[in-house]
Design a protein around this ligand. Sequence first.
Ligand code: NAI
Length: 332
Amino acid sequence: MPYTVTLIPGDGIGPEVTAATQQVLAAADAPIQWEVVHAGAYAYQKFGDPVPADVVASIKKNRIALKGPLETPKGSGFRSANVTLRQELQLYVGLRPVKSMPGIDTPYKNVDLVVLRENTEDLYAGIEHEIEPGRVISLKVSTKEAGARIARWGFEYMRYRGRRQITCSHKAAVSPLADGAFLDAFLEVGKDYPFIRQDSLPVDNLAMALALDPTRFDVLLLQNLYGDILSDLVAGLVGGLGVVPGANIGDGVAVFEAVHGTAPDIAGKGLANPLAVLMSAVMMLEHIGEHKVADRVNRAIHDVLGARRYVTKDLGGTADTATFTQALIDAL
Ligand code: NAI
């Protein structure tokens, strides 16, 4: 029996990279049957709603989705479709493993980080108010409950995966209540996990320390905005957004997606690197217990990158999406 997985092709390069991923998974005999639904700018143009009800219904039914990047239609009055999905489905964990890959020339080797981003609060609550023209208040929402929820998820993940050190990052000196609540929750939950090394660091210090030596970190626990920014920073340490996968996880539901966006500058040109979405699909395969297929796809990725013959432009090569995808299929 194949698994039914919701597929959201997305906007911009989304349909190109999700189609490439589907081809590779089919070649690897992944037991998956796709249920395609549309969200984002495409859905807004077609149905007048960036997150139509059938999208949430499909994910709630299947419990698993693979998602291309979504554009938030500017001036539509709608909030980001990504934020809506994360909040509607309470996908409170943004999980982003960032790892050095073979054949990609970067200043640091052996980077192996996991970014855990709290996905439901912070400035993304979207509470902004213009008191008078030119004077705006934007509220950062932070509850101890949400901080504790992701901290506990993180510690359990680390225990299961054998990860040894977690760093909670904050700006508690500037925002003692909001960031303080997050930090307090981390410290409290951490008492249940004395066998995991724990520390905390102001987020600006963390940014510098990551640039100096990312190999001294293991798991990073961050609020929503810091997590958004630092995810891109650490992506840059391993070759860019083309090679960083991700998952948004809630209780009993998970949406897998790359960290990158719709890349409007290269959309429709057949140049996009499908790796980040493919690697997100590999995370999905592991999540549902299809480890053998996941391993096969991973080995194909490592072989093709290591050989450096067919690599996309963002990684310094000349291959287009189709050539790179075919190379992966041949490697399989
Ligand atoms: P972006 O990630 O789309 O692009 C940044 C740069 O990285 C561009 O130069 C792009 O060409 C390059 N890039 C990204 N992915 C690539 C890939 N797979 N292969 C090769 N090059 C790649 O970020 P940007 O420009 O800030 O956002 C564009 C749109 O995407 C916006 O509408 C934004 O809201 C949306 N977005 C959606 C996300 C999601 O659905 N999860 C996440 C981030 C942005």
